[in-house]
Design a protein around this ligand. Structure first.
Ligand code: ZN
Length: 215
């Protein structure tokens, strides 16, 4: 391998020790370059020592139409707080098999396309893409301001081909989904309504409209 390939700046803390370009796949072998700065991947403290070396195969963003696989040598380090723990890597989440930039690209795709199409585009398993999309949606919901509904709408939908039902409650003005739970009886939605009553001033409970009469 040519010497200048060792300086690829895409994997902070690692140097490229081998690069193989095939018709479909690019394989990049990475080796830690700054052992003196090893940190615990859980708490971020400076590592007290090296516990063991592990080899991981990690997917990265496609390169020039080719799938990119990284063969990475990672270190499990000794941390005074966490014990033996995987080292901190700026471009890779703990236990992840995809780089952060690939996960971000997948999440962007999920905002526009069905999970199945995104999985096919990136050549990833459907369940992997669904999990990334689930985390994306959770982050979106966590960033929303707290709802203050004045009028509620409740509807129901079938689960498992119609044998069971779930209820959904929305803010009638913003159409924001506030709650989803199994069952369609008043008892099933009582936890949500009780929580709403606790959050609103006395006598100011939101008006509720049911799509069908609940039992
Ligand atoms: Zn730690």
């Amino acid at each position: 391998m040519q010497e200048d390939k060792c300086c690829l700046p895409f994997w902070q803390g690692f140097r490229v020790t081998d690069l193989q370009v095939g018709e479909q796949v690019v394989r990049v072998q990475l080796h830690p370059s700054d052992l003196a700065q090893l940190r615990c991947g859980r708490c971020g403290q400076a590592a007290q020592g090296l516990h063991e070396r592990v080899q991981r195969h990690i997917r990265d963003l496609p390169m020039l139409g080719r799938t990119v696989w990284l063969d990475v040598e990672l270190r499990r380090v000794c941390c005074v707080s966490c014990g033996a723990c995987m080292q901190q890597v700026s471009w890779l989440d703990r236990h992840a098999r995809l780089t952060q930039r690939l996960a971000q690209a997948v999440a962007l795709g999920c905002a526009k396309l069905p999970v199945k199409h995104v999985a096919e585009f990136f050549g990833l398993h459907w369940s992997t893409v669904r999990e990334i999309d689930r985390r994306r949606l959770q982050a979106l919901i966590a960033g929303l301001p707290e709802s203050e509904p004045r009028r509620l709408v409740m509807d129901e939908f079938a689960l498992y081909k119609g044998h069971r039902y779930a209820s959904v409650v929305l803010d009638a003005d913003t159409r924001r989904v506030l709650w989803i739970g199994q069952g369609r009886s008043r008892a099933a939605v009582r936890p949500f309504l009780c929580a709403q009553h606790g959050r609103t001033p006395a006598g100011a409970s939101p008006a509720v409209s049911w799509s069908q009469r609940t039992k």
